[in-house]
Design a protein around this ligand. Structure first.
Ligand code: 9PG
Length: 587
């Protein structure tokens, strides 16, 4: 199995144009000029220019390859766009792209770089990187973008008239290219080493290491353990509850106490607490410091409630709908209220005044004592809408927001990305949520009414477990992985004791961040012993990752799907169907 470069395509101004491409050179199409240089590796460097006198609207530019000598079934590593998007394996002709399942526009926009429904019913896509494995070749093949900061990268695999096509698509999301402008695109790399001993995970590790180096990844933060308020208290968290948990701090080896969603008066007005937090953010930070722990705080910095102070005083700061003048809607969450039944607006991160606001906000939170910020729902500026500067691609809009927060927060603050387009945040965040939310149950109940297409992103522990296996290779190459919180409760949970242990040990073996999200007053010696096991496994796996051996999923593209993880001195094998697992020591 090998990739043959076939042609170049530009989707701009509503039309698609293509030219054959066999070698390096500059090509004119759709009024634009694309220069492609092919290097060893193989590696493709390309630039996109607008030589014309008028602005051009560019949706995407693609290198199109033909897959040769493959033997089906063709399996691919299907990587999702943002933290909550699923990651795992898919088979061409068997699995379907979720965009085909009739979800609402916002759902598609949330979970993919390109919100449009895929063009062909058999098409599969992977974002940022993929690995292909067929029935005939022993060595899998990796295709990936070297970055994702100035545009997204979507890889599409489909059956064309002349066989299977693989497209590496630089997605600019209808950004304007000004007359005379030239933009470098992120390089595209192929790892087709014929060495059968180099499996999918090893290829992804090598790719992530290279991308992390190129992008100045922040990979030096210490191993993180802590407490998070979300999965026990949810929106009803209170200062009383927080202080009650802090009273148990001495019994737990936590570094950070992180207050999650529920403290704020309004989404967007992050410095003002609601009536359940009479001491305000200063009082909260002081109490956590007094317990000897690092104060952490959740914010959704790019969202704002319709009735928030920030929207009332700065209506011009909002991104707009693609057509008309109404504000762009970035999330629907009735628990947030906000004056429009839970619909939230999106701040326009192409505006210098909005970026100055985000910078000031982060500085104020750090000055208040929060040295750890969880930045959530950060996909929002990447949604399709109208922004003040139409020249910025979705990935650039997301990144500009992260950059502003980093400027304000300073270098010493631990920033955790969440709901984040992964590729846009490299070099800015210290930690990254790499999967959907956990829940006190292994599977999602079959009767739950949801958007059917994106069930795999809904809160269920098996969904978080799958992501922890599939994205393990990113740990300490691109950031510290946050697999989401361990669940230690034994009451008010549908997790069996075995499922509870499986998830806890998987978090441990992954080497990722280990946060407890229970009412500590309800936990006893068994829970403390489980957490001690998590952090012992975790510190060993994390130390190995720091020394160059990241956690590895040996059956990532295996026929039974990912089910095993090796990290440090331990290996876990789990049955995603039942949540049963075994952990063994490795030599
Ligand atoms: C706080 C929570 C927690 C959690 C985050 C995030 O698509 N959704 O509607 C959706 C809502 C909430 C959510 C994920 C997805 O959870 O992952 O840890 O911080 O926000 O509201």
């Amino acid at each position: 199995m090998r990739l043959e470069l076939d042609r170049l395509e530009v989707i701009a101004g509503g039309t698609t144009a293509g030219v054959p491409l066999r070698s390096s050179g500059a090509h004119s199409l759709a009024g634009l000029e694309v220069a492609v240089a092919t290097g060893g590796g193989p590696r493709y460097c390309w630039t996109l220019a607008n030589p014309g006198p008028r602005a051009a609207t560019v949706r995407a530019v693609a290198l199109v390859f033909r897959l040769e000598d493959e033997r089906e079934p063709l399996r691919l590593f299907r990587h999702g766009h943002q933290s909550w998007s699923p990651a795992g394996t898919a088979t061409l002709g068997v699995d379907r792209d979720p965009s085909l399942e009739g979800a609402i526009d916002l759902a598609r926009d949330l979970y993919h770089a390109d919100p449009a429904v895929v063009a062909r019913p058999e098409e599969l896509r992977s974002e940022w990187v993929t690995v292909l494995a067929d029935a005939g070749t022993a060595a899998p093949l990796l295709l990936g973008f070297e970055g994702g900061t100035t545009h997204d990268g979507t890889i599409r695999v489909c059956r064309g008239d002349a066989g299977i096509e693989v497209r590496a698509e630089a997605f600019l999301g209808d950004a304007i290219l000004h007359p005379g402008e030239c933009r470098p695109l992120h390089g595209v790399v192929v790892d087709d080493r014929p060495d059968a001993g180099v499996g999918a995970s090893e290829r992804l590790e090598a790719w992530a290491t290279a991308v992390g180096r190129l992008g100045g990844a922040r990979i030096d933060a210490p191993y993180q353990s802590g407490w998070c308020s979300w999965y026990h208290y949810f929106h009803d968290v209170s200062e009383t509850a927080l202080r009650a948990n802090l009273a148990h701090a001495a019994e737990w080896p936590f570094d950070v106490f992180q207050l999650d969603d529920g403290f704020q008066r309004s989404i967007g007005d992050w410095l003002v607490t609601n009536e359940r937090f009479p001491s305000g953010l200063e009082g909260v930070a002081r109490a956590i410091v007094a317990a000897g722990r690092r104060p952490g705080l959740w914010i959704a910095p790019f969202l704002a409630a319709p009735d928030s102070e920030v929207v009332r005083t700065h209506p011009g700061w909002l991104a707009r709908q693609p057509a008309g003048d109404d504000p762009l809607l970035g999330m629907f969450n009735p628990a947030w209220g906000g004056g429009r039944d839970g619909w939230m607006y999106v701040l326009d991160t192409t505006r210098p005044d909005v970026l100055a606001h985000l910078e000031r906000l982060a500085r104020a939170l750090v000055d208040t004592g929060f040295g750890y910020l969880k930045l959530d729902f950060t996909y929002a500026p990447g949604l399709g809408g109208r922004f003040a500067d139409p020249a910025r691609a979705p990935a650039e809009r997301v990144r500009a927001g992260f950059e502003a927060v980093r400027r304000g927060a300073g270098d010493a603050t631990f920033l955790l990305g969440c709901g984040a387009p992964l590729a846009s945040a490299v070099g800015l965040v210290d930690g990254m949520r790499i999967g959907p939310d956990v829940a006190p149950r292994w599977h999602l109940p079959p009767d739950r009414v949801l958007i059917p297409a994106y069930r795999d992103s809904e809160p269920a522990t098996v969904h978080a477990a799958r992501a922890t296996l599939a994205r393990a290779f990113m740990h300490r190459a691109l950031w510290l992985n946050d697999p989401d919180c361990v669940m230690l409760r034994t009451e008010h949970t549908e997790l069996s004791p075995e499922q509870l242990r499986t998830w806890a040990r998987l978090v441990g073996v992954s080497g990722g961040m280990a946060l407890v999200s229970d009412d500590l007053g309800l936990l006893g010696d068994t829970a403390r012993a489980t957490f001690a096991e998590v952090t012992a496994l975790g510190r060993a796996s994390d130390a190995a990752a720091k020394a160059g051996t990241p956690p590895r999923c040996p059956d990532l593209l295996g026929p039974a799907g990912p089910s095993r993880l090796e990290g440090g001195r331990a290996a876990i094998a789990l049955d995603p169907g039942t949540g049963a697992s075994t952990v063994v020591a490795r030599a």
